[in-house]
Design a protein around this ligand. Structure first.
Ligand code: ADP
Ligand code: MG
Length: 723
């Protein structure tokens, strides 16, 4: 089939597709958490004392009594079998952005050859996957490949439906034989513990006698693209790299702004409904859904949950989106920049901290200037983001996110904090020496009698800020669409733990000297502003002036992963993780190694794909067009008609430039002698990537010249607009 025939066929298949009929909507109560081994399931199935013990572990973080594990395992197994499960899996979260699981049957063969279903406590609590194929950054040599998974009691077990039936899934941590964290969950749990410890200290110093465990919360907004699989299957780049390595922007892009909050296309709505049902069954509180800015782009956001559970649920959400898309004839792209010239996708990680006794510690209330608890916690965040901005940049550094950060659609690579006008004013007053009041939020009168008046929010939104305060939480907006939220959550919890420890130390010493609490806090907050106020920025983060100003303020602008990842090797970052107990130096180093390798690998795969697509798809199409064109020109000349030659010359020149650049790229890829990983990453970002972009430029120009019936790849126009 010629390029165009397969494209025409794809279009006709899409246009004539029979819609999967939407299932009649179910009542939320009939779906909610039906596939979760929830507290209420446990209460129903466990003896009272056992239930009390496990509930205690879940709610207060107390160590699980090993003797109860056997009883829970049997109850869990019986429940899972009643849901149709034959297998169980320890689910873990390696240093990739995906989840991994090892499936085992409940089957146990008896001495007389008969079989029974069995699941002992030790199988629930601990597993040993042969994990030698997971990235570990040198923590384990293959010879010492043992890795253990251990049940994370605080994240509920569930049954997951796949094409192969139901499986009982048990969320676990993944550690090496020597006890090092090989995964993303272990440091997340440690970071919550560190933050809890420091926050509790501060809350007690502020005069609270009763302080419940402090946890962090997360609500992650997930952006994604849907592309019909008839098109995606004809794009090797979409299949292997998750983004288009070639493609001319369409005549109509997103300029009309007619997609955002427009009506969701029917086919997509049926897809979303199924996604939500699957999420509800797993106890994931999906809440909002809408179109995003770009055509073919959508967003889903759940209601926020405890960070640890939210993180597991976020991984499940990505899996559900991808799998459900397949069933509906779509490919779901969680790439940060699948289409050049079209907005990319990110993930907004909304984050706050709080507990059962003091509530949300980032809630400013109506009079934030007199809300000491809020000011202290907010000040601690400001200090942390300023001091460890490079860390926040490093945890969102991936090969694919480099295409998005700083591209005037996503926050710039400069990490700053947006507070909104009311809080900005309060912190400004603090730095001037004392707070007197809060600017009123004001009442909005819509000028129409029948419409209600309403309270304005204390600050407008600022879409250009990477780290924005949004009412009662911070929203970290630089996270990549396909990234696990664990890394960003670990970073935020850990820098807050560090700042709160600093606060507690200061207050303790001031109070010991006899300083009155309020005065000590005033001094402390003023110091935060004097030392760290430079990180606050309320203007347009996309503007050139900000880039200049940020430089003057000494804020880093780490444009690429090659620039950003080395933060993980800085001594002060190593100290931060070591003193908070979140990562040992070895664990931190392994993360640098793994993420650097992933970066290099991603670029290498893309570069090779650029070469093969250029040689086997684009070059042949351009050359056949050229041959058609030139033979027509000479045939016409024989009968005395002169046809213009410019097109043929232009195509020939583009083909030549494209192939010359491709050959340079081939040569560039042969270089392997690098003194350091940093040097290798710089080479990938400064030499390989620009050559890939250059090949693309010629190829995209050819797409605008070569006859459409010869073009071998589904076009942007088709992928984005044919539904
Ligand atoms: P927007 O698109 O306006 O930023 P959304 O409503 O789409 O907002 O998403 C906001 C996210 O923030 C939701 O997941 C919501 O549950 C979450 N969120 C709200 N309050 C908090 C909080 N205190 N802590 C963490 N996340 C929160
Ligand atoms: Mg948001």
């Amino acid at each position: 089939m010629s390029g165009n025939q397969s494209r025409v066929q794809a279009i006709s298949q899409i246009v004539n597709r029979k819609l999967t009929p939407a299932k009649p909507p179910k009542r939320l109560e009939d779906m909610w958490a039906t596939d979760v081994f929830s507290l209420s399931q446990m209460q129903e199935r466990l003896p009272k004392n056992i239930f009390k013990s496990v509930k205690n572990t879940i709610q207060t973080g107390q160590t699980l009594d090993p003797s109860v594990a056997d009883v829970i395992a049997v109850a869990m197994k019986d429940w899972a079998i009643s849901k149709g499960a034959l297998y169980y899996a320890h689910v873990f979260y390696p240093l990739t952005n995906s989840t991994a699981e090892k499936h085992d049957g409940f089957i146990s063969v008896q001495s007389d050859g008969s079989v029974i279903s069995e699941f002992a406590g030790k199988l629930l609590v601990q597993g040993e996957p042969d994990g030698s194929s997971f990235p570990n950054g040198g923590i384990r040599s293959t010879a010492a490949a043992r890795g253990y998974t251990a049940w994370d009691v605080t994240s509920p077990a569930y049954v997951m439906e796949t094409d192969n039936g139901m499986t009982l899934c048990i969320p676990t941590v993944f550690i090496s034989w020597t006890g090092e964290a090989l995964d993303k969950k272990t440091p997340l749990l440690r970071s919550i513990a560190a933050m809890n410890k420091a926050a509790t200290r501060v809350l007690k110093l502020l005069g609270n006698t009763e302080v419940a465990p402090v946890n962090s919360s997360c609500g992650a907004e997930q952006e994604y693209f849907l592309v019909d699989s008839n098109f995606a299957n004809n794009r090797p780049d979409l299949l292997l790299a998750g983004r288009t390595l070639f493609g001319k922007p369409p005549a109509k892009g997103q300029q009309f702004d007619d997609h955002y909050f427009g009506a969701i296309p029917e086919r997509v709505q049926v897809f979303m409904q199924e996604v939500e049902e699957r999420m509800y069954r797993l106890g994931i509180p999906a809440k909002t859904r809408h179109n995003e800015v770009a055509p073919g782009q959508f967003e889903i956001a759940p209601f926020f949950e405890a960070a640890n559970v939210a993180s597991d649920h976020q991984q499940l959400t990505m899996t559900i989106l991808r799998n459900t898309a397949k069933k509906h004839g779509f490919v779901c792209l969680l790439h940060e920049k699948p289409f050049a010239g079209i907005n990319g996708s990110g993930k907004h990680v909304n984050w706050s901290v709080g507990n059962a006794t003091q509530g949300n510690l980032l809630d400013p209330g109506d009079t934030p200037h007199s809300n000491i608890q809020f000011l202290v916690f907010c000040g601690a965040v400001i200090r942390g983001v300023h001091k460890y901005g490079s860390l926040l940049r490093a945890v969102v550094a991936t090969a694919s996110n480099d295409h998005r950060l700083g591209a005037n659609e996503a926050p710039p690579a400069i990490i700053s904090v947006y507070l909104g006008s009311q809080l900005e004013d309060i912190f400004e007053q603090i730095s001037q020496g004392g707070v007197k009041g809060s600017k009123s939020r004001g009442i909005m009168n819509l000028g129409v009698e029948t419409l209600p008046t309403f309270m304005k929010d204390a600050g407008d939104r600022n879409r250009t800020s990477p780290f924005a305060f949004t009412g009662n939480r911070f929203e970290f907006r630089a996270v990549g669409s396909g990234q696990s939220v664990s890394g960003p959550l670990v970073a935020m919890n850990t820098i807050l733990a560090d700042s709160l420890d600093w606060v507690a130390n200061k207050l303790e010493s001031d109070l010991a000297k006899g300083t009155e609490l309020n005065a000590a806090i005033q001094t402390l907050l003023k110091e935060v502003m004097d030392e760290h106020g430079a990180v606050l920025f309320g203007g347009n983060g996309y503007s050139e002036e900000w880039h200049k100003m940020a430089e003057e303020r000494g804020l880093a602008n780490l444009r690429t992963t090659a620039d950003a990842l080395s933060a993980l090797k800085e001594g002060y970052i190593e100290d931060l993780f070591e003193k908070t107990g979140v990562l040992t130096p070895v664990e931190l180093e392994s993360r640098y190694d793994v993420y650097a390798e992933q970066y290099l690998l991603a670029i290498e795969v893309e570069a090779k794909l650029v070469l093969s697509m250029t040689k086997t798809l684009i070059y042949p199409a351009a050359v056949s067009y050229l041959s058609e064109l030139s033979s027509t020109i000479s045939k016409l000349k024989e009968i005395g008609i002169e046809l213009e030659k410019e097109t043929a010359e232009k195509v020939a020149a583009l083909v030549k430039s494209m192939m010359d650049t491709a050959s340079n790229l081939t040569d560039a890829l042969t270089k392997h002698d690098f003194a350091t990983t940093d040097e290798h990453m710089q080479y990938a970002s400064q030499t390989i990537r620009p050559l890939m972009d250059e090949v693309r430029q010629y190829a995209d120009a050819l797409e605008g010249e070569v006859a459409d019936d010869l073009w071998p790849l589904p076009t942007y126009q088709e992928m984005l607009f044919v539904k």
